[in-house]
Ligand binder design. Sequence first.
Ligand code: IMP
Length: 188
Amino acid sequence: MHKSFDLFFVSSNSHKYIEAKTILDSFGIELGFLKLNLEEIQSHSLNEIAEKKAKDAFSKCKKPIIIEDDGLFIDSLNGFPGPYSSYVFETLGNKGILKLVSSKRNAKFVSHIAYCDKKILKTFVGKLDGTISKSQRGKGWGYDPIFIPKNSEKTFAEINHKNELSHRFKALKKFSNWYLDKLESNDQ
Ligand code: IMP
């Protein structure tokens, strides 16, 4: 039987959904998946991109949704690839990034989770500092094999508790607090 959900994650990236689902499960929130390719506007602002994607997703699905827009910001490259992370991953890949980064290796992952329903559009931000590794280590998606979260020696691809500390976890934790309060006040 088809399960009905109150909240959907809209994305073309099933890795993001699996992580978001695991995280929201831990807060007692069930999350369905609508695999859709949403058009992404060109902007320097993740927030602007996320809000546009959320409105588009809601107008397509007509159900309460969340979407995510995120990026890897490398300090010595003035925040590159940032909002262009997806395109840069497809074109340069991890090998290309490793060639660009020299002695200063500080970086951060930033996640913008945007919620949209027929009345509300709201965004939640999570950031995680770290460094870029010298070589690819571990098997993981996207930039996981080259990102070492702070206070760790291992890359995201080598640790098994990524979903307890990631940029995605931090943004979704803020979202969950707000969403659970909203559900509770709707019940009263
Ligand atoms: P967008 O949010 O779809 O524009 O994509 C951002 C890009 O950043 C993704 O396509 C991945 O390449 C990368 N990315 C975002 N979050 C993660 C993560 O948790 N691990 C690895 N790569 C990530």
